[in-house]
Design a binder for this molecule. Structure first.
Ligand SMILES: Nc1ncnc2c1ncn2[C@@H]1O[C@H](COP(=O)(O)OP(=O)(O)OP(=O)(O)O)[C@@H](O)[C@H]1O
Ligand SMILES: [Mg+2]
Length: 245
């Protein structure tokens, strides 16, 4: 069976903890991320955005419901197969970069390839390094970089193995507007020129306007979707989330 869906979750529920102290981070979310689409996920802090991304990417498991990458139901995979799927088909930009401190910038970017014992495409890697503007920092370690530079390393690393789908958790959160535009441009080009699928969490309406569609979460539920977003439309929608003072 073929699919046009790069990733999806169906009736996704995620409960952290148990009993009275349990937190229902996802409360029945169904959403699909079609191949070749750039989707932004927005919503207040604590609304479940990172949890949704982690579960959709196979980094965490759902309490109930299903998560698929392509045609693969993640719950059917043993640990080894899940590791292979994450390595070969998914890229992830963590909210807290997760760079390896003892590796240089170049080594961090190549890490998914090196773990896979793969050569990778040298032209692709070189282009990535230029797009994120890190050519003159390749031999530095993360501790020698600014927060924005570390974030750009994390974005380049997510794309290094040319995965089908990249999940990026606030990839522009620590960038100045120019670096942010460059990263958003990279994400947009990956979708439009190479039919990759990008799912990005952001709090920034300007960043969300780069996406094809915005999905809004509140209290662990999907509350709205918007196609062809503009910064103004997104800002108007976000105002509805604000607690009246
Ligand atoms: N490991 C965990 N254990 C317990 N509760 C957790 C855990 N991770 C997240 N939560 C809770 O689940 C809810 C959703 O968290 P999540 O990180 O998905 O929010 P978010 O929308 O990404 O927020 P932010 O915009 O602040 O990053 C929050 O109430 C959070 O406190
Ligand atoms: Mg988060």
């Amino acid at each position: 069976m073929t699919t046009t869906t790069a990733a999806r979750v169906v009736d996704a529920v995620k409960v952290y903890g148990t009993g009275d102290t349990g937190v229902r981070a996802l409360d029945g979310v169904s959403v699909d991320f079609p191949v070749g689409r750039f989707t932004a996920i927005m919503g207040p802090s604590g609304s479940g955005k990172s949890t949704l991304m982690h579960c959709a990417a196979g980094l965490d498991t759902l309490t109930s419901g299903a998560a698929h990458v392509g045609d693969t139901d993640l719950s059917t995979l043993d640990d080894r197969r899940l590791t292979l799927l994450r390595r070969d088909r998914v890229g992830f930009v963590f909210q807290a970069f997760n760079l390896v401190p003892t590796l240089t910038v170049a080594e961090n970017i190549r890490l998914p390839l090196d773990l896979a014992g793969a050569e990778g495409d040298p032209e692709w890697i070189a282009a990535l390094i230029d797009v994120v503007g890190l050519r003159d920092r390749l031999h530095h370690r993360p501790s020698e970089l600014s927060g924005g530079q570390q974030q750009r390393v994390a974005v380049a690393r997510a794309f290094a193995g040319q995965p089908d789908v990249v999940f990026a958790d606030e990839p522009t959160g620590n960038l100045d507007s120019r670096s942010g535009e460059e990263v958003l441009g990279l994400l947009g080009r990956a979708v439009r020129q190479t039919s990759r699928t990008v799912v990005m969490v952001t709090h920034d309406p300007m960043a969300a306007a780069h996406a094809d569609e915005v999905v809004f979460l509140a209290d662990g539920r999907l509350v709205d979707r918007m196609t062809a977003p503009t910064a103004d439309k997104v800002l108007d929608r976000m105002k509805a989330f604000e607690v009246p003072s």
